[in-house]
Design a protein around this ligand. Structure first.
Ligand code: ZN
Length: 151
């Protein structure tokens, strides 16, 4: 990972951790699901409003480390307005991003800020932090109502 990229990674994580987007609850959610990462103590609840197979709104609440919170925040801005199929595709891409299976340059063009989390691939313990919100979203979209755990 070059220095320029490392800076981008840190900047996005710090910024989204400090002021998470779409943070809070939702009264008229169509899908709600809780996700926990016991290893780190990350614990979030994701609220979705799905209209015609499109994620028209998303909120999340809870707490955890900077990476888990920043990842939930970036995820919320990324999937808002997307179809559920597009969100599933992004979930697959994100799994590859955090495992370092995608080239960073190509990623930046394709998925923008999500690429910042490629930095996590250097810290295997952190992969579960970064993917917690995504696993929760994915399960919520597929009708799971029981809280999920990364363990
Ligand atoms: Zn964590």
């Amino acid at each position: 990972m070059d220095n320029e990229f490392r800076d981008l990674y840190q900047e996005i994580i710090l910024e989204h951790n400090r002021s998470p987007r779409n943070f809070g609850t939702m009264d008229d959610a169509t899908h709600v699901l809780e996700g926990v990462n016991p290893l780190c103590g990350d614990h979030y609840k994701i609220y979705l409003k799905i209209d015609n197979d499109t994620i028209s709104d998303i909120r999340f609440e809870g707490s955890g480390c900077a990476i888990s919170k920043a990842s939930a925040s970036v995820m919320s801005t990324t999937v808002k307005g997307k179809t559920t199929n597009e969100a599933d595709d992004l979930f697959e891409v994100f799994q590859k991003v955090v495992k370092g299976e995608e080239k960073v340059d190509e990623l930046l063009e394709r998925v923008g800020k999500l690429a910042a989390f490629a930095g996590v691939s250097e810290f295997p313990m952190r992969v579960k932090c970064a993917t917690l919100a995504w696993h929760t979203l994915h399960n919520a979209l597929h009708g799971n109502k029981k809280p999920i755990s990364t363990e």
